[in-house]
Design a binder for this molecule. Structure first.
Ligand SMILES: [Zn+2]
Length: 140
């Protein structure tokens, strides 16, 4: 962030001559006497937009304190996203090691093979024969 941008945001937030409230502690910041920085109101790691309206001046000391808390919040958000996954999606892998999702409705492939058209199984010969040659039971 450029110095000009910093000063512009500070100017936008000024409530008195060269004084703006700290967005973290609420105490006034003196533009020329205090150490201050521009703080994202919503941390970028928590998907806060990098826009001026998401920025406000804060004391340098306050920002350092907040950064510690943000790191913890981002880590917690990640943990919650992981825990929210359905149980059957976790620890389920294909034989190739790819993570897959199993569902009870998974259709199994048909077993055996389909006899070609015009061919039938002859139980007497115990093999497939052309339907026209299918042996008839001998008349008794
Ligand atoms: Zn402060």
């Amino acid at each position: 962030m450029s110095q000009k941008c910093r000063q512009h945001i500070f100017g936008e937030r000024c409530t008195a001559n060269n004084i703006a409230p700290c967005c973290l502690c609420g105490q006034p910041i003196h533009r020329h006497n205090d150490q201050w920085t521009i703080e994202h109101l919503i941390a970028l790691g928590l998907l806060g937009p990098d826009l001026n309206r998401n920025c406000a001046p804060a004391h340098e000391a306050c920002r350092r304190q907040k950064d510690k808390i943000d790191v913890a919040r981002i880590a917690k958000a990640k943990r919650q996203a992981e825990a929210g996954m359905p149980r059957n999606m976790r620890h389920t892998y294909s034989p190739q090691g790819m993570a897959i999702m199993t569902t009870p409705e998974t259709k199994k492939p048909a077993r055996g093979f389909q006899a070609p058209a015009g061919v039938k199984y002859d139980w007497r010969q115990r093999r497939y024969v052309k339907a026209s040659r299918l042996s008839r039971p001998e008349p008794a």
